[in-house]
Design a protein around this ligand. Structure first.
Ligand SMILES: Cc1cc2nc3c(=O)[nH]c(=O)nc-3n(C[C@H](O)[C@H](O)[C@H](O)COP(=O)(O)OP(=O)(O)OC[C@H]3O[C@@H](n4cnc5c(N)ncnc54)[C@H](O)[C@@H]3O)c2cc1C
Length: 413
């Protein structure tokens, strides 16, 4: 008889996991308090960033952080009142920047990113969603030699792991991306990278495919998990109790209390990120553009041009600081001089971040029939498909194609 899985959280990670489990022949229920892809998966930059194996904590970033923090307009901001709560994360972040930890994290991320696109293929195929995918790579741009030099060690690490990148002569940029200002001194094209034309629409297409194939969708805010004397577990929601057999926690930045309830510690925190959507931008990019000097991205999507970036370490429930998003407008206007900036909508999302930049993908230690799939930080869209694949492997008792130890939550205990 088919086993029954409940996946809690319908961001890209939860939706992909639910669909992969369904494809393995299980009965699957997917639960979220809102429509699929209403959380962080709604508003990301849409890049399946297979070259993204450099962990955020690295010696280079530690050198840059003091300067970034002193600049209220800079790409990183800490809300200082949150500092005491943030300390466990920050201390582990600093420890993760040691060279041997960076090498370990890059190796582990490399194993997963190498399989990211391949794991998505059957899901995209099933959803008939190839029209959402753009196979034009990702372009990194640098205005100054200093910014390019600061990124050199990260690019060297990528090269050492076989990430393909092509130096584009700056004289050719106007052909590749006609909307760009002629102000760049260095350009690198990551050819293997793909992107989606809207991450929310893309994820919802996968969620539709899940339902069309017989998956059960429930919209409910889950407040607790209990188990009665006979061992029958339930998720307690605002609309009722949902009987459970096997459970996958895929609640993104909201996963820490669920891990605690299930007996595991995770120093998960949130890096809040922002985007601005320009509905009538007057320019179109051919691919995602990443501006290395100010660390933000711009990409044309179905609904216009999206400018995305910034990291803000602050509480989950603290009100958004949209000034952070609007600061991106001036930077984008410098990069894309013909940009029309009148129809602008800001958005904030909670990246689910671990201090070592590695997601948590594992069985819950000491618990039967329980799995964790969260903590994907800056790469949740990228790693959604492969996370689902790996959880399905663990559930089936198949040996996963990669070493899973770096992704085990037990690394934090
Ligand atoms: C500005 C920005 C740009 C980014 N760009 C990229 C990019 O280009 N490429 C990339 O790979 N990644 C990118 N990311 C990161 C990526 O968006 C995240 O890693 C990813 O969305 C995380 O997915 P998730 O499914 O784990 O979490 P989420 O999408 O946040 O999903 C978690 C879900 O759990 C639900 N939930 C939580 N608690 C409960 C509860 N109690 N009851 C019911 N439901 C609950 C929430 O409603 C939510 O839908 C970016 C992020 C930001 C902010």
């Amino acid at each position: 008889m088919a086993r029954h899985f409940t996946v809690l959280g319908a961001g890209t990670v939860g939706v992909c996991t639910a669909l992969q489990l369904l494809r393995d022949g299980h009965r699957v229920t997917l639960i979220d308090r809102a429509a699929p892809a209403s959380g962080c998966s709604y508003g990301n930059a849409g890049i399946i960033q297979v070259g993204g194996l450099v962990p955020l904590a690295n010696p280079g970033i530690l050198r840059q952080v003091p300067k970034m923090l002193l600049d209220p307009e800079g790409p990183l901001l800490i809300r200082w009142q949150y500092l005491p709560r943030l300390m466990p994360y920050l201390l582990r972040f600093i420890a993760s920047a040691r060279p041997e930890r960076v090498a370990h994290a890059a190796n582990a991320l490399g194993t997963i990113l190498d399989r990211a696109i391949e794991a998505y293929r059957p899901l995209i195929q099933q959803a008939g969603a190839w029209d959402m995918v753009r196979e034009t790579g990702e372009l990194y741009l640098y205005k100054t030699d200093a910014a390019y030099a600061a990124a050199a060690s990260a690019h060297a690490l990528r090269r050492a792991h076989g990430v393909k990148m092509e130096e584009i002569p700056v004289g050719e940029l106007s052909q590749l991306e006609p909307c760009l200002a002629p102000i760049y001194r260095h350009a690198l094209l990551f050819n293997d990278c793909i992107s989606v034309r809207d991450p929310a629409v893309f994820t919802r297409r996968l969620a539709d495919a899940f339902q069309a194939a017989g998956g059960t969708w429930i919209q409910d805010e889950i407040t607790d998990l209990d188990s009665n004397g006979s061992g029958q577990r339930h998720l307690i929601g605002a609309t009722g109790r949902h009987a459970l057999d096997e459970l996958v926690i895929a609640t993104g930045a909201y996963s820490k209390p669920w891990a605690r309830k299930l007996g595991s510690y995770v120093p998960l925190d949130t890096e809040r990120g922002y985007h601005l959507m320009l509905a009538d931008p007057g320019v179109e990019t051919q691919r995602p553009l990443i501006f290395g000097d100010q660390k933000f991205g711009a990409v044309s999507m179905l609904g216009g041009l999206r400018i995305a970036g910034t990291a803000e370490l602050a509480k989950l429930d603290m009100a958004p600081n949209y000034a952070r998003a609007h600061r991106l407008l001036g930077l984008a206007k410098e990069a894309l001089p013909d940009l029309r900036t009148d129809k602008v909508t800001p958005w904030m999302g909670h990246r689910p971040s671990t201090p070592d930049s590695l997601p948590v993908i594992c069985r819950a230690p000491g618990r039967d029939k329980t799995y964790f799939a969260f903590g994907h930080g800056h790469l949740g869209l990228t790693m959604g498909g492969i996370t689902g694949r790996l959880i399905a492997d663990l559930a089936a008792g198949r040996t996963p194609p990669i070493d899973m130890a770096p992704f085990d939550i037990a690394r934090f205990s």
